[in-house]
Design a binder for this molecule. Structure first.
Ligand code: ACO
Length: 192
């Protein structure tokens, strides 16, 4: 499994993965906005696997390789081109709301998810670390913020215990279904 910066060619597969894994979904143009504005801040975890009719080298002609998206027979990934599939992503941005109270440059994790069969392998932590580092290095982010459902044990474990995020506030009924969110924050420091 490879982790690399996300490109505009990945956004459809990222959106598919998001639809699969989370109830908070975004329009494709919002993914595009992230990738065009802060290309360093979003990452994908990808892999190649043997799928009937996909992995055959001899059949790989130009036209097939250009096919942007193919369906996933197993329903647990989002193919972007022949054989390469996205199994996880992190969508990150810098805070750019002119109304935002805090003018300190800081990043925000919009969305993170890993396909079910690829969980508990450390992928989410790696994706997060790459994004946090890039926000700090490329955009001078001094901290990064995010929201997470109070009931999301896996994500809370990752943010609080693995990455040392702190809960800053509880935002009542933050989600459409009425669930509260923890607003979390991590100070970023570039090592000297
Ligand atoms: N229960 C308890 N701890 C867990 C669980 C779980 N179900 N899953 C992972 N963890 C722990 C791991 O043990 C690991 O801890 P460690 O550092 O002590 O070993 C840590 O969390 C990181 O684990 P990873 O393997 O890196 O996490 P994974 O790749 O499995 O992805 C994720 C975690 C993204 C939360 C995944 O479960 C998922 O996609 N869930 C559905 C989507 C989701 O909830 N996304 C986050 C929403 S919040 C937002 O987007 C800002």
């Amino acid at each position: 499994i490879t982790i690399r910066q996300a490109t505009i060619n990945d956004i459809q597969a990222m959106q598919n993965a998001n639809l699969h894994n989370l109830p908070e979904n975004y329009q494709l143009k919002y993914y595009m906005y992230h990738i065009l504005s802060w290309p360093q801040a979003s990452f994908v975890a990808t892999t190649y696997d043997e799928v009937e009719g996909f992995g055959d080298e001899e059949e790989q002609d130009e036209d097939n390789l250009k096919q942007p998206i193919a369906c996933d027979p197993k329903g647990d990934s989002a193919y972007i081109s022949k054989g390469e599939k996205i199994v996880g992503y992190v969508l990150g941005k810098m805070e750019d709301d002119p109304e935002a109270e805090d003018k300190t440059p800081h990043g925000h994790i919009t969305s993170l998810s890993v396909m079910r069969t690829y969980r508990r392998m450390g992928l989410a932590e790696k994706l997060m670390r790459q994004s946090l580092y890039a926000m700090c290095e490329s955009f001078g982010a001094q901290y990064v913020s995010l929201h997470v459902r109070k009931s999301n044990r896996a994500a809370l474990h990752l943010y609080r215990d693995s990455l040392a995020f702190k809960v800053t506030t509880i935002e009542k009924s933050y989600y459409q279904d009425g669930e509260d969110a923890y607003a979390m924050k991590l100070e970023l420091k570039l090592e000297e």
